[in-house]
Design a protein around this ligand. Structure first.
Ligand code: FNR
Length: 184
């Protein structure tokens, strides 16, 4: 199974990127996770959507080719980051590569509530007509106080979070295999 990961933070030392890398490594026998770059996407502009810059076309193609999308989002001022919204706006137009493609949401923040508001906004956005992406109900992965759960080498070391993720991944894989056509 091929899953595309879109990380809502563009900074090099992003905790959300570290969580994505944990998922990529720990479940590598169950699915391949392609971590996509959104930091180099230009601002969405309707004037160029039919003939977008190369970075946009490459990004959209990678999403189109994936069986599902894993969104790993930080919380910025109670919502998703501008960079993530920008990437989503590109995906929602012209060939609308997200329509019908399943999504899974994970998020990590330094606050106690672990991106609960950002994830709620992201779910709503994914249900917009230009995206129409089904999200497995429940199964939220809210990683709060993430700075206490990742070590100096950037590895997720919190056993409770690792084990919770194991369960969430099982749920997602079961859902994807049962409800959607996925690569073997
Ligand atoms: C934050 N942070 C934050 N945390 C949170 O729990 N709720 C919030 O609303 C916000 N708002 C916010 C706004 C902005 C502009 C920044 C830069 C940060 C803190 C955030 O959780 C922390 O910086 C994370 O480390 C961001 O994720 P990455 O970059 O580590 O993946």
């Amino acid at each position: 199974m091929k899953i595309a990961a879109i990380i809502g933070s563009t900074r090099k030392e992003s905790y959300n990127l570290k969580i994505a890398k944990h998922i990529q490594e720990r479940y590598r026998d169950r699915f391949s996770l392609d971590i996509l770059e959104i930091g180099d996407l230009p601002f969405y502009n309707q004037d160029t959507e039919n003939d977008p810059p190369e970075e946009v076309s490459v990004f959209k193609k990678k999403v189109a080719d994936a069986d599902a999308v894993l969104w790993v989002t930080p919380e910025y001022n109670g919502s998703i980051s501008g960079a993530l919204k920008n990437a989503i706006d590109w995906l929602s137009r012209v060939d609308q590569v997200m329509i019908g493609k399943p999504s899974w949401i994970v998020g990590a923040s330094m606050g106690a509530l672990g991106t609960v508001k950002a994830q709620s906004h992201l779910r709503d956005i994914l249900f917009a007509p230009g995206l129409s992406s089904p999200v497995l109900p429940g199964n939220e992965v809210l990683i709060g106080s993430v700075h206490e759960k990742v070590n100096n080498e950037g590895k997720l070391v919190d056993e409770a979070t690792i084990s919770f993720l194991d369960g969430a991944v099982n749920n997602v894989i079961h859902w994807l295999e049962k409800q959607f056509v996925v690569h073997n």
